[in-house]
Design a binder for this molecule. Structure first.
Ligand code: FBP
Length: 320
């Protein structure tokens, strides 16, 4: 079980000298950590012989990798972010592995990159492992979202969190506020209103959390609610958001929706996006339904201020 092996590698990294940078960049132009590569190798090694898999795709690999089953057309495609939040490894903070499974369209043997470009709504399974104080596996196959905790002695994952459920309402938001000046107006408005607390239009105080590892921020939301945002912003690097659609946003969106939450770009459901490239990025706002719907309203409002103004003027006019 790859996640068990990665958990052990993360656990031993300071002892094994596998913390720190690998001195190379990945296909996204981001610095690779030694553990990014180790985790990627563990997943490749652990899955490429699997009879059900036709091909794999990873955040750490530019192209897809076909399995040895390519001649017999494995039915499924596996995508993963081997070590999410890897900037946390060196500070001994939570990291994780995120994965998504799609059906391999039967016709084409061997599988092609185009076979991976399916909307998130086509996922048959999604999940993550989180390597924190405890190692947990959280997954869905479309029948709710369930959490399992690694029992280190036996190496078994035990069902400890059946049917996880996200409350519709929350007073906790997660966003990297260091990027405030780059945000678009709907996100700025939303965060400012939360920060204004009881003195503002929300008339209640909010708390802010940011672990800088999506797997940990989403895990908290699955356990106690909240809203997570990584919006697009004015910087070139995150003009379309920072997080990757196929192996970060889509699997997290399926887990959140299966737990009664919602996941949006602000303009559309993340899992309705038709992907165009393997490593494409997307804005993400997910978690407690009421907050995500409020964010969508703010985006809609920002997109059509004129009609609202006209309405207001019309009312004014008819009034007098
Ligand atoms: P990777 O570590 O897999 O590249 O993931 C990106 C990520 O670390 C997310 O897990 C996290 O939510 C976000 O980037 C943190 O971004 P920032 O460094 O801007 O806070």
């Amino acid at each position: 079980m790859c996640c068990r092996t990665i958990a052990a590698a993360v656990d031993r990294s300071a002892l094994a000298g596998t913390t720190g940078s690998a001195g190379v960049d990945n296909v996204q132009g981001e610095e690779q950590k030694k553990l990014d590569i180790i985790a990627n190798d563990i997943l490749l090694e652990g899955t490429r012989e699997h009879a059900a898999l036709a091909a794999l795709a990873s955040e750490e690999m530019a192209r897809i990798s076909r399995t040895s089953q390519e001649r017999t057309a494995g039915q499924y495609l596996l995508l993963f972010d081997p070590l999410d939040g890897s900037s946390n490894v060196d500070i001994n903070a939570p990291v994780g592995t995120i994965f998504s499974i799609l059906r391999c369209p039967g016709a084409r043997v061997p599988a092609t990159e185009a076979d991976f470009l399916q909307p998130g709504s086509e996922q048959v399974c999604a999940g993550y492992a989180i390597y924190g104080p405890a190692t947990m596996l959280v997954l869905t196959t479309g029948e709710g979202t369930h959490g399992f905790t690694l029992e280190r002695g036996s190496g078994e994952f035990i069902l400890t969190h059946p049917r996880m459920s996200i409350p519709c309402q929350t007073r906790e938001f997660a966003i990297n506020t260091a990027n405030t000046r780059h945000w678009e107006s709907p996100v700025k408005r939303y965060v400012q209103e939360c920060m204004a607390g009881t003195h503002g239009p929300r008339q209640q105080d909010f708390n802010m959390r940011w672990v800088a590892a999506m797997v940990a921020d989403v895990h908290r939301i699955l356990l106690r609610g909240g809203v997570f945002l990584y919006p697009q912003d004015g910087r070139e690097v995150s003009r379309f958001g920072k997080l990757r659609l196929l192996y970060e946003a889509n699997p997290m969106s399926m887990l959140v929706e299966q737990a009664g939450g919602k996941s949006s770009t602000g303009h559309e459901r993340v899992m309705d996006i038709q992907p165009h490239t393997l490593h494409q990025r997307t804005p993400v706002m997910l978690g407690s339904r009421d907050e995500v719907e409020r964010l969508e309203n703010y985006h809609q409002h920002a997109r059509r201020p004129l009609p609202d103004l006209v309405d207001a003027l019309r009312n004014l006019w008819t009034e007098y």
